[in-house]
Design a binder for this molecule. Structure first.
Ligand code: SAM
Length: 271
């Protein structure tokens, strides 16, 4: 969502105007009775209203008081809906498991994904998101470009489901968007997280170095070849060519080796 308004679009907001996109989002992230779902940037309710029919408990967050007023009027009487006037960059996220279904503002996509995916104790289960097309390509790339993207992709599967053409919004933005699906992957607890982050941090500091050298720096083994090969990784490959599943496999193997004392996670990942 381009943030600057224009004469044609004073609020700068692009509302979803294609019901098939909304239905597809909800279908890709099934929620129902007993589930908690957050909508981040609810606008005037294009997604909120169909969400109220799923039976899930819905928290719709929107910072624009006028949109909140209209949304409350439109959903008056919806039993399991809470419409909250808040900033999604600071709104406290639930400690209990939750899903997110939302068309998030382009300008703060990284901030929103970081809040949802970076903390190692995040309670996010699944998400179906409409995001800007280029952003979706970056976060769902088979080979992540940064340690943070690799951290996200090793702990969650992130799939670009389909293109959402600009014409599906009113008014239409300048660029297309994408429907992104995020699902928690089976990982392995605190030691897994520590091993994973330590490997990623070391490797992405020297992304063009061979894996045996960069990962080898944090492995206590004199010869890291064997453990890398056992995880299906080529010790001579560049560290920044490893796929998220490869990092996860390696971290899982190393996490069970009690002789390794992994450093604590940095503050940015603990919180
Ligand atoms: C792309 S629009 C989506 C609106 C609606 N969900 C839809 O699909 O039609 C994003 C919404 O996020 C709201 N928004 C932008 N920045 C926000 C923030 N920091 N906190 C809360 N809401 C925000 C905008 O006011 C807008 O309603």
């Amino acid at each position: 969502m381009p943030s600057k308004g224009s004469r044609r679009n004073p609020s700068g907001v692009h509302f979803l105007a294609d019901r098939r996109i909304v239905d597809g989002l909800i279908e890709s992230c099934p929620v129902g009775d007993g589930d908690l779902v957050l909508e981040l940037g609810a606008g005037q309710g294009a997604i909120t209203v169909p969400l109220t029919r799923t039976g899930a408990e819905v928290i719709a967050v929107e910072r624009d008081p006028e949109f909140v007023r209209r949304l409350r009027a439109r959903t008056d009487g919806a039993a399991r809906l809470r419409v909250v006037t808040a900033d999604i960059r600071t709104f406290p996220l639930p400690a209990q498991r939750f899903s997110v279904i939302a068309s998030i503002p382009y300008a703060i996509s990284t901030t929103v994904l970081r809040r949802l995916l970076t903390p190692h104790r995040t309670a996010l289960d699944r998400a179906a998101l409409v995001v800007e097309w280029g952003f979706a390509k970056r976060v769902s790339a088979a080979v992540p470009r940064t340690a943070e993207l690799a951290w996200w992709a090793a702990r969650f599967t992130i799939r670009l489901r389909n293109r959402v053409p600009a014409r599906c919004f009113s008014p239409a933005p300048r660029v297309d968007s994408a429907h992104l699906v995020v699902e928690r992957a089976a990982t392995g607890g605190r030691r897994f997280d520590r091993a994973l982050w330590t490997l990623l941090d070391a490797s992405y500091r020297a992304p063009s170095a061979p894996l045996r050298q960069s990962a080898g720096r944090v492995l206590p083994y004199r010869n890291p070849h064997r453990v890398l090969r056992a995880a299906g990784l080529d010790p001579d490959a560049r560290a920044d060519t490893v796929r998220p599943g490869g990092w996860a496999d390696l971290a899982r193997r190393l996490a069970v080796d009690d002789t390794i004392a992994w450093p604590p996670l940095p503050k940015a990942i603990r919180e």
